[in-house]
Design a protein around this ligand. Structure first.
Ligand SMILES: [Zn+2]
Length: 474
């Protein structure tokens, strides 16, 4: 089953990969697969019922989508419990060995679990009545790791939490919940692609906009990030984005201003990141774009020194699509300076400025358009599915040069050399099948000029890969 699926994915991609830059392989599926109809739920003060579709394991999805970190398997239920609380879970669907109750929090909270990070404790659920006494303090979730079985469960007990669900909860009901359920320490706000777990008092104090607007904004950032990586809700094969949500957690303390890890993102209260999230769509929301970006980074071009570089390929895209000025536009002088040093022997790997290094990637998007990274990502996903990924820095660099050239249908060796990367003789030979890029990377000065021009709005330079160039630029 799995092999067939994979083979189909590879074949369907392989057929179109060298045809055009402008269209990604899309295979329409039935509309009920849209993320807005993930599950059916009923929420009352006494109990919460949820029908959860099978989305499979988050690590399998991560692997197939070729992303750095897994997304969340948790389905919020709007219940909060303290240690020792008994919950009743009635499972009314067929036996599913991959159905679990999850209880806990992501990260450290001073007044929960004696200040320790307990993570999520899981309890298998059987058909019929299940009684679970919580061994931790935290929010209550349902988890369905099955690839094929839809499950249904009703949870009774615990403290009902203010719980906003996009498309289902009205702003009026939400405001009422914030009052009637205000004794729950935590609140959850759920969208199609994200959900936020946050202290109720922070929401009451700092959320100044409708909950639907806030969570729709989070969803939009994820949607844009999917876009730049060429992942689609309705695609089949490796370009399909599985509908696991991204969990925005808000621990009291933790590493950095905010951080990303498998299963959740942490936006700390202590650093102000938690309240910054509640400000929604503002120009300075880089932290959100960046942490989401980490979960999507392509592992095969994230060699030493690129961990905090390629993460921002999507941050820049999100920034631009939301209508804010491109952050690299203020770094042109530094990029120009670095590129002039390459002429005197400096290499890409010697550069420490993360935003200068990001220029190598952003310039490819500017040159070849918004379809460049979706196609490059798809190329890598196919290689990954065929176990053709490279694992060390020098082979990964050659693979990037090859794959980028293949996607552009141009020999980009000069471009990468100008950025201080080495093009091996073997790579150069493989690139001989492509015309040299007409995009004028030939001289540093022209390269800079193009970068400066392209970063200004409304001017884009696209090569048409479908038209062979008979006269090559020297
Ligand atoms: Zn980072």
């Amino acid at each position: 089953m799995k092999l067939t699926f994979l083979l189909h994915a590879v074949l369907s991609v392989g057929l179109v990969s060298s045809v055009t830059l402008s269209a990604l392989p899309t295979h329409a599926q039935t509309p009920q697969n849209s993320p807005t109809s993930l599950e059916i739920s009923t929420d009352t003060h006494e109990s919460f019922s949820l029908t959860i579709p099978p989305l499979g394991s988050t690590s399998n999805a991560q692997q197939r989508e070729n992303r750095l970190m897994s997304h969340s398997e948790l389905n919020p239920t709007g219940r909060f419990v303290k240690t020792g609380t008994q919950l009743t879970i009635e499972v009314t669907s067929e036996p599913n060995t991959e159905l679990f109750l999850g209880i806990g929090m992501k990260g450290v909270y001073t007044d929960l679990n004696t200040g320790k990070d307990t993570g999520i404790t899981t309890h298998p659920l059987n058909p019929g009545k299940n009684l679970v006494t919580s061994s931790v303090d935290g929010m209550v979730y349902l988890i369905n790791r099955s690839d094929s079985l839809t499950s249904k469960a009703t949870i009774t007990g615990g403290t009902p939490a203010p719980f906003f669900r996009l498309h289902e909860t009205s702003e009026n009901d939400w405001q009422t919940m914030l009052n009637t359920r205000g004794n729950s320490l935590f609140t959850e706000i759920q969208g199609d692609r994200t959900f936020l777990t946050i202290r109720t008092d922070l929401v009451k104090k700092h959320l100044k906009k409708p909950a639907a607007e806030l969570v729709s904004y989070f969803d939009t950032v994820v949607k844009l990030t999917n876009e730049v990586y060429g992942l689609q809700d309705n695609a089949t094969g490796v370009a399909h984005k599985q509908k696991h949500r991204i969990h925005l957690a808000t621990p009291d303390t933790g590493g950095g201003y905010a951080h990303a890890t498998n299963g959740h993102l942490g936006f700390m209260t202590s650093t102000g990141a938690a309240t910054d999230l509640l400000r929604g769509n503002i120009a300075d929301q880089w932290g959100l774009w960046h942490e989401i970006g980490h979960t999507y980074q392509t592992p095969q071009y994230r060699w030493d020194g690129l961990g905090e570089v390629t993460v921002n390929i999507s941050s820049l895209y999100v920034q631009e699509k939301l209508g804010y000025p491109n952050r690299l536009s203020s770094r042109k002088a530094d990029i120009k300076n670095f590129l002039s040093q390459v002429q005197n022997g400096r290499t890409y790997d010697e550069e420490n400025d993360l935003f200068v290094k990001l220029g190598l990637f952003e310039q490819l998007r500017i040159a070849y358009g918004d379809n460049f990274f979706p196609r490059l990502s798809q190329e890598y996903r196919v290689h990954n599915a065929l176990h053709q990924s490279e694992s060390n820095t020098s082979t990964q660099q050659q693979q990037l040069i090859l794959n980028a050239s293949r996607v552009a249908q141009r020999d980009l060796s000069t471009y990468f050399k100008n950025w201080g990367l080495t093009v091996s003789a073997e790579t150069a030979q493989k690139l001989a099948e492509f015309p040299l890029s007409q995009f004028p990377f030939g001289t540093i000065s022209f390269q800079i000029k193009r970068l400066l021009t392209a970063l200004s709005p409304n001017i884009h330079f696209h090569e048409d890969p479908s038209t062979p160039h008979h006269t090559l630029s020297s």
